[in-house]
Design a protein around this ligand. Sequence first.
Ligand SMILES: [Zn+2]
Ligand SMILES: [Zn+2]
Length: 362
Amino acid sequence: MTRPLIDLRTTPHGGRSLFAIQPIARGTVIFACEVPFGHVIYKDYRREVCAQCFAYAASTSRNIGDPRTWSIRSCRATAETVWFCTDECKVIWESGVIGPLIADVNALLGKGKIATRSKSARDGYDPILPNGPPAQITQDCIDQAWVDVEDLVSSRARLSSYCSTMNLEDMELEISRLVASAIVQRYVFDHRLANLAVSSIIPTSDPWAEVLDLQSSELSNVSLRPYILAAHLRVYAFLCHSLPKHLRLYVPTARNILARDTGNAFGIWDGDSRDEMLGWGLWVGASYFNHSCCPNVEKTRVGRAMHFTTSRSVEIGEELCISYIDTNQSITQRKQDLENSWFFTCQCQRCQSEEPDEASPH
Ligand SMILES: [Zn+2]
Ligand SMILES: [Zn+2]
């Protein structure tokens, strides 16, 4: 049996992180996360991105004038139409459970969406937060807003009446689709769990437990962007209203997903050039990697999977880090990006060495 290369440990500065427990050569795939626990491909890209492997039509066309959308598709009456790069991808997708179920749910969400509104209207009146976001954001006022929305969704009549006049932003619909895809995965996992229990096989890990293990950024996120609170509440009400009964059971956990999306999600990019972000996803195990501006691990999306490869040789005991941001940026820009989206101040070696040191004589 080969000895494991890496180990997940609790760090002195809090949180968990992956460490090398053997010397690791450069170019070693140390970890792979096979599928995202939840994902969404932006509406505008759906014909251009393979529903199975996320291949982007425009980046694979070699000649100018080649089609920039895929032509193979799956269309069932109950489901949203999705596109594939090859027949092989279509067969894999159709033989799976999760993909078709997500397409069914997305069809429902598409139908349930009443209207969209422009960003400029985001601070306008919305009965979900009648007085707008609270002036002083505290955990208590966020909790209270969630108690209020629970109250709203507990009455089907009031929920229907609210949703019939609800204005859901395009981005809120995308967020709804992401949360719904995670709910579908949880549903499928739970039902397989039931089958597995019969054959008395104990599953090694529960992906939903892993989601809950991720760090919540709810308070930091809402404090920085107060409009997010109303957006999340609208997504929640919309999902309660639109999802079929067997999935509605899981909607109460949507808050857990929403609280962990920012700070744990990875963009689905068109390729290494990262010119266009096609959507985003939550690859749960991937979130164990901490950030460094001089990382020793590179992440690469391979189809639906996220692969983590050492970008240099690593010694025993070294922390394994990826970069969450564009490391070609200046220290100021890097710090700002990390503070805005990951809510921490980077203390990596590179940041410490680049930081202007007031005590230094020059
Ligand atoms: Zn494909
Ligand atoms: Zn840094």
